[in-house]
Design a protein around this ligand. Structure first.
Ligand code: PLP
Length: 406
């Protein structure tokens, strides 16, 4: 299948401001006037072409960003949310009602997992969690009442790569909606072109890239986006997870540099993943030739960008992981912080932070060992120097690969 370039679609954007400015004007209104009472009534019935009714529904700044994200993901339409979780929860509640069922990858962001495991059962929506790389177990988990097949392109934190084309065939066969969270790999993979129905992003991460904003997006068909925004039963409209205009316009400005940032994050991560692997450590990164996910990733990705900015390094125990992370921060090689996609390297031990919602025994079955550290590699100018500094920290702390229990 010929894939188009998501990076180019961003460059092709052309928006002018109200007064010819090179940036679109920021809409500073929660509500809008109508020139006639009839056009107000029409707008509430979804017929008012070009009219805004209220900013919880749509704002001009939100629409500019949505349009850009729809282009990036090659979907008909998009809608922006106050957070990635706002997007995820709205999509699930839009697609499922009481009595429905979800099949989800067992390695997803901890908040997503907690929502499906603990929250939706209150509304009689049950979920089964499967190894998304085992297509037989995915298909076997689908029941008559399954409505959603849910995964992340590259999973958080274990970096398992979903075979979206194969999952899409299963989804179509059983008439379920394939929902893919593409937060880890914007521009690298375009899930819609590989067969996904709904694509989700946490804008908080790479897309915004400056760790100053929380936001989310759903990219999908016009029909689905309109359903989300419906004034009578749309989850986006009724749950009210709206992205503020000021934030929407700042994310749009940051989106323009995403192609160069993703390339640099990816090149730096590939360098470090190889270097730590050469030292003998267990490293999980789809860019490594020996990685289980390497071939699937290569078949689906835009090779001009790279394999993404995240990898996991196993330090053998939580104690060693904590000492290493504290020393890296002390030496100003990054921050001991959750989240990803920042100019500076961010690191955390997912087992006791972003994935702590997952029970310990489940963590063990899925290979989430306690000494695993997730790195979101920054935009470091001289990555060789960064590696040498990191290696010195390992030496000072006497952390050796031979100490690592795999
Ligand atoms: N999806 C993934 C893959 C994430 O890593 C996160 C947060 O870490 C989210 C969704 C949730 O996004 P937000 O924090 O913007 O609500």
């Amino acid at each position: 299948m010929k894939k188009s370039s998501a990076a180019k679609s961003i460059q092709d954007l052309q928006f002018f401001g109200e007064f010819g400015g090179v940036n679109p004007s920021i809409s500073d209104s929660s509500t809008y006037t109508f020139l006639s009472a009839q056009s107000m009534a029409d707008t509430f019935e979804g017929k008012g072409e070009g009219c805004y009714l209220y900013s919880r529904h749509t704002s001009p700044s939100g629409l500019y960003l949505s349009e850009a994200l729809a282009k990036m993901e090659a979907t008909e339409s998009a809608h922006v949310f106050a957070s990635g979780m706002g997007a995820i929860t709205s999509v699930i509640l839009q697609l499922c009602k009481a009595g429905d069922h979800i099949v989800s990858s067992r390695t997803v962001y901890g908040g997503t997992y907690a929502f499906m495991k603990n929250f939706t059962p209150k509304f009689q929506i049950e979920s089964n969690f499967v190894d998304i790389t085992d297509l037989n177990s995915v298909e076997n988990a689908i029941q008559k009442n399954t409505k959603v097949l849910y995964c992340e392109t590259v999973s958080n934190p274990l970096m398992e790569v979903a075979n979206i084309q194969a999952l899409s065939k299963i989804a179509q066969k059983h008439k379920v909606t394939l929902v893919v969270d593409n937060t880890f790999t914007p521009l690298i993979l375009r899930p819609k072109e590989l067969g996904a129905d709904v694509v989700i992003h946490s804008l908080t991460k790479f897309i915004n890239g400056s760790s100053d904003t929380v936001g989310g997006a759903v990219c999908a068909s016009e029909e689905f986006i309109n359903a989300l925004k419906d004034v009578n039963d749309g989850a986006a409209m009724l749950l009210g997870q709206t992205l503020d205009s000021l934030r929407a316009s700042s994310v749009l400005k940051n989106l323009r540099t995403l192609p160069i940032r993703m390339k640099q994050h990816s090149a730096n991560a590939l360098y470090l993943a190889n270097a730590f692997q050469e030292l003998g450590f267990r490293v999980i990164y789809p860019g490594l030739e020996k990685a289980k996910s390497h071939e699937i990733m290569k078949n689906q990705m835009d090779k001009n960008i790279g394999f993404g900015g995240l990898f996991c390094l196993d330090l053998g125990s939580l104690e060693k992981a904590n000492l290493f992370m504290e020393m890296l921060q002390h030496k100003n090689l990054g921050y001991l912080a959750v989240s990803l996609g920042f100019y500076k390297t961010l690191f955390s031990a997912p087992g006791s932070s972003t994935s702590s919602e997952i029970a310990e025994e489940e963590q063990a079955t899925m290979g989430l060992s306690e000494g695993l550290v997730r790195f979101s590699i920054g935009l470091d100018y001289a990555i060789e120097d960064t590696f040498n500094e990191m290696k010195k920290c390992l030496e000072i702390l006497d952390i050796k690969p031979s100490n690592v229990l795999i």
